[in-house]
Design a protein around this ligand. Structure first.
Ligand code: UT7
Length: 324
C-alpha cells in the first residue's frame, strides 16, 4: 500500500527571544499570570529580514538534510500559514525559489492553527494519487506582525517560528499496527465561530492586514471538546486503539488544554510533547516545531505511533495518526 512516510523533520526560530518579564514592561501583565494561565515562559519574535518565508526555507533545508533528500527531488510544497510574506504569490513559491527548485507543485494552505494538519492531509492525498513522490510540508508563521501589542489578552500568547517535514511515498504493509507513514487523518471546520478568533482586516474588506482578535475563554472551551472528538475519530479511522499511542504531538496553545486533552485520551503527561513554555503559540508552525524537537532529542523514534492534532480560527480542527 502506498503511503506518505515522514523521512525527515526540521525547524527554525527567530533569533530574538522575548520573556514574559520583558512583556510586563509594556503591557499590564505578569510572568506569574502568563505561566499560571498558559504555561508560556517566553516566545521568539521575528526581527528585520526574518519572515514567514525565510523561516520556512530554513526549516525546510533542515528537514531535507535530515531526510538525505536533495531539494531538486521535491515534487510538491504545501505551506501552511496565516501570515504569508505577501497577499500573493504564495509563500510556498517563495520557499521554492529560495531552495533553488526550478519546477514543482507549490501552494499555501490557510487553516490558521490547524494549517499543518490540513497541509499534511492535502499532501498525503496528492502523494497517494501519484502527484508527487517527495513532498515538503511546512508550517510557518510570524504572528508577531498581526498582534495588537497593547492587548494583553492576546499579545502574550503567540510567537513566531517554522517547522517542516519531508514526506516520501513508500509501498508498505496494509496492517496499521506495523505500517509506517500517515495512517489516517481527520479534518473539520465550523465557520459559524469566526468572531471568536479572527483578524480584523484583509485585502477584500479593509485593504489592510489587520490585527488578531480572540475571545480566549470561548476558544478554550471549544478546543478541549473538539480535540478529544477528532482524536477518537482519527484512531478509529486508522484502525488503532488510543492505548497504542506512543506520543501526542499537539498544537501548543495552552498547557492547560494539553493536560485536558491527554487526560481525556487516558494518556500520561509524559507522553505529550510540550513546547508551549518556550515557543508560545506559533499557530501552524507549532505541531512541526514540537515534532522536530522530539525527533532531534531522541524521544520520538522510528516505528512509534504519533498522533498530531490542532484546533484554531475558523474554527478548524484536525488530527493525524502517523507511524514514524
Ligand atoms: O491557537 C488557537 C487556539 N487558541 C487557544 O486555544 C486559546 C485558548 N484560550 C486560552 O488559552 C485562555 O482562555 C487564555 C490564556 C487566552 C485566557 O485564560 P483564561 O483563564 O480563560 O482567562 P480569561 O480570558 O477568563 O481572563 C481572566 C482575567 C480577566 O480579568 P477579569 O475580567 O476577570 O478581571 C482578563 O482581563 O485575566 C485577565 N487577563 C490578564 N491578566 C494579566 C487577560 N490577559 C491577561 C494578561 N495578564 N496577559
Amino acid at each position: 500500500m502506498r503511503r506518505a512516510v515522514i523521512a525527515g523533520t526540521g525547524s527554525a526560530l527567530p533569533k530574538r527571544c522575548v520573556t514574559n518579564a520583558e512583556l510586563a514592561e509594556t503591557v499590564e501583565t505578569s510572568d506569574e499570570w502568563i505561566v499560571e494561565r498558559t504555561g508560556i515562559r517566553q516566545r521568539y519574535v521575528a526581527g528585520e529580514g526574518e519572515t514567514t518565508g525565510t523561516l520556512a526555507a530554513d526549516a525546510a533545508r533542515a528537514a531535507l538534510e535530515a531526510a538525505g533528500v536533495a531539494a531538486a527531488d521535491v515534487g510538491l510544497i504545501v505551506l501552511a500559514t496565516a501570515t504569508p510574506d505577501q497577499t500573493f504569490p504564495s509563500t510556498a513559491t517563495k520557499v521554492q525559489a529560495m531552495l533553488g527548485i526550478d519546477d514543482c507543485v507549490a501552494f499555501d494552505v490557510q487553516a490558521v492553527c490547524s494549517g499543518f494538519l490540513y497541509a499534511l492531509t492535502v499532501a498525503d492525498g496528492m502523494m497517494r494519487s501519484g502527484t508527487a513522490d517527495v513532498a515538503l510540508v511546512i508550517g510557518s508563521e510570524t504572528f508577531s506582525r498581526i498582534l495588537d501589542w497593547e492587548d494583553r489578552g492576546t499579545c502574550v500568547l503567540f510567537g513566531d517560528g517554522a517547522g517542516a517535514v519531508v514526506l516520501r511515498a513508500e509501498d508498505g504493509p496494509t496492517d496499521p499496527t506495523v505500517a509506517r507513514g500517515i495512517l489516517a487523518t481527520k479534518l473539520h471546520a465550523d465557520g459559524r465561530h469566526n468572531e471568536l478568533l479572527y483578524v480584523d482586516g484583509g485585502p477584500s474588506t479593509t485593504g489592510t492586514v489587520g490585527k488578531l482578535r480572540m475571545k480566549g475563554r470561548e476558544v478554550f472551551r471549544h478546543a478541549v471538546v473538539n480535540l478529544a472528538t477528532v482524536l477518537g475519530e482519527t484512531m478509529a479511522a486508522a484502525g488503532l486503539d488510543p492505548a497504542d499511542i506512543d506520543w501526542l504531538i499537539p498544537h501548543q496553545a495552552n498547557a492547560r488544554i494539553l493536560e485536558a486533552t491527554a487526560k481525556k485520551l487516558g494518556l500520561s503527561p509524559e507522553r505529550v510533547v510540550v513546547t508551549v513554555d518556550r515557543h508560545a503559540n506559533t499557530s501552524a508552525a507549532s505541531v512541526p516545531l514540537a515534532l522536530d524537537e522530539a525527533v532531534r532529542d531522541g524521544r520520538v523514534r522510528p516505528g512509534q505511533l504519533l498522533v498530531l492534532e490542532a484546533m484554531g480560527g475558523g474554527f478548524t480542527w484536525g488530527a493525524a495518526a502517523v507511524r514514524l
